[in-house]
Write a new protein. Sequence first.
Length: 672
Amino acid sequence: MRFVRNFSITSVSLRGQNLTEKIVQKYAVGLQPGKKVYSGDYVTIQPAHCMSHDNSWPVATKFQGLGAKKVKDNRQIVCTLDHDVQNRTEKNLTKYKNIENFAKEQGIDFYPAGRGIGHQIMIEEGYAFPLNLTVASDSHSNTYGGVGSLGTPIVRTDAASIWATGQTWWQIPPVAKVELTGKLPKGVTGKDIIVTLCGLFNNDEVLNHAIEFVGDGVKSLPVDYRLTIANMTTEWGALSGLFPVDETLLEFYKQRIEKLPQPHPRVNIETVKALENSVQSDNDAVYAKHLKVDLSTLSPFISGPNSVKISTSLYDLSNQDIKINKAYLVSCTNSRLSDIKAAAEILKGRKVAPGVEFYVAAASSNVQKDAEAIGAWQDIIDAGATPLPAGCGPCIGLGMGLLEPGEVGISATNRNFKGRMGSKDALAYLASPEVVAASAILGKIGGPEEVEGSKVEQNKEIVKELTIPKVEVAESSEGGSVEILEGFPTSIEGELILCDADNINTDGIYPGKYTYQDDVSKEKMAEVCMENYDSEFGSKVNAGDIIISGYNFGTGSSREQAATAILAKGMKLVVAGSFGNIFSRNSINNALLTLEIPDLINMLREKYQGSDELTIRTGWFLKWDVTKATVEVLDSDKNVVLTQKVGELGTNLQDIIVKGGLEGWVKSELTK
C-alpha cells in the first residue's frame, strides 16, 4: 500500500463544503445568519425522517416519560416491525400491538411484521431520499447513503427527542473520501468491495468518520451494490457512507416511479426531476482522509471467521476446503431482488448439499413478490432452501436456523461477530449472494465457477492508497466568534489525567454489576467510576480533572451510566484519540462534554512510555476556549505544548448542556 502525507493550509472561513457538510447545512436549525457548518461543529438537526423498529416501544415509553403527549411532526416519523418477526409469544405480540396502536394514535406511518426490513422500506418508500438527512435508531442507517441520503444512527433518547421536538443534536464527523477507480472484473460484486475495504483498512482508518464515495469507478456500480457497500460502512466503523447523485441513481428512481402508485408523496416526477442539477462537494472541500482502491484489481473476498477485519480471498479459502453446515441469504445487506436473482441463477436445477441448511428471506414483501414473479424465489426453494419471513432473523440471532456449537456458516449478511448468529463456539463467514449460493451447493466455501466444474482463479495484488492531509485552519477572530449562552462557561480547564489504553469499554468505566441496579446513589457511582480499568483511579483524581485516554474510548454496551459515573466524579470533560459512537451520544445526552485530540494522547504516550501506572496525574493543564473554539495545553513548566482548533460548540448544544442533558432540554421545550 502506498502511504502519503500531504501538508496544506486551508482557512476554515474560506474553504468550501463537502457533500456531507452541505446536507447537514440544509437540515441544521438555529444557526447564526451566514454560518457555514464544517466537520467538528456541534449542530442541532431536524432530519427529514426518523425510523425506529422493534425498539419503537422503548422509545415510546421514554417519549412519554419526558411528558410528551403528541409527536411534533407525524410525517417525520416511521415505525417498522422487522427484528423479531418469527417470535409469536404473547409478550412479543403484545409489544408489537402496543407499537401499532401508538402509531395509529399519533398518525405515524407504520409497517407491520412481514412487510420487510425497516431500512429496505425506507429506501422503497422514498423516506431516505437523495440529498436528505434521514436517521434511525439502528446502526445500519448508513444504508441510506447508497441512494445519496445522509443516513446515520441515533440512540433511543435521540429518537424520543425527535418525536417530541422534531430535533436532536449531531457533531459533524471528520469526512473520509474513498475513491474507487476502474471497473469490477466479472464475478466481483458490491459485497466484495466492502468486504475488501474492511480487510484492507482494518486499523480504524475510518472509525467515526463520515464516508463519501467518489471516482470514476462509482459510475458503473448499480444502486444495489451501493446500498450493500453503504450498509457495511457500519462494520467498517463509519457513521455514514454516502454515494453521489448521478445518472445511475436518477435512472434507478425513474424506474421506481413506474413501480409506485402515483402521485407518490416522496418519489414522483417532480422530486426526481429536482435531482438533475444535483448538489456536489466544492472543489476546495476538506477531507480528513483519502483512501483509494482500483476496482479492476479486486476479486471475490470473504470476511471471517468471526470478524469483518479479517478478509481473505475466495481463492485462498476455496483451497482450504472448509466444510459448511449452514448458509444464509437474508438481511438488509444482500436480500434485494438482484441478490435473490443472482443466487437463483446458480441454484436453478441444482440441490443444496446434503447436511447443509440454507435459509432465505427477502428484504421486503415487495422484493419477495418480484422474485416470485420472475421465478427466482421458486428456483431457490426447489434447490432445498428454507424460506423465512421478510425481516431480520438469524442475522441478529433471532428465530430459526441459528448456528450451533462447532458449526460453520456462510452468510450474505453484514456482521459475523462471535456469537451473533448463534453459538459463540461456531464460525461465521460473510460473502456475496453468489458465493453463499455456490457454497450451499458445494457443501464447502467455494465459488460459482466450482459449481460449473472450474477452479477459482488466483487473485491479483490489490492496488490501494491512503493519504492523510494535514489541514491547518485559521483561528477565530480576536474576542471570539462563538456566542455563549448564559449559564455556560466561556472556557473549560483542568489537569489532564492520563488513562493510557485504547478501547476502554463501558464496563471498564462503569462495572456491569451495577448497570441494572436502579437505586445506585451518585456517591456510589463516583466511587466505582473506572474501577474495572484501575482500582486506584478513584484515589488519584479530583473533581474538575480531565480524563485523557486513547482510541475508541467508551466502546461496548450502550449503558448511559458510563457517562453519568464520570459526571458523578465531578469531571465535565473527557479527551481521547477517538470515542465509541454510542458513548459520544450518551455523553452529550447526559451533559458530559468530549473532545477528540489524537495529537495530545500521542504526545503524552511518548512522554510516559514505559510507565506501569494505569492512571497518571500529568501536571499538564488543558484550556478549552469555547468562544474561539480552540484548545491550549500547558506542560508542568507552563510551556505551551499544543494549540489546536476544535469544533464549534453552538448555542443549541450549549443549551442542552445547561439544561442537564437532552432529556432536560426536551422537557424545557415541551413547556414552551
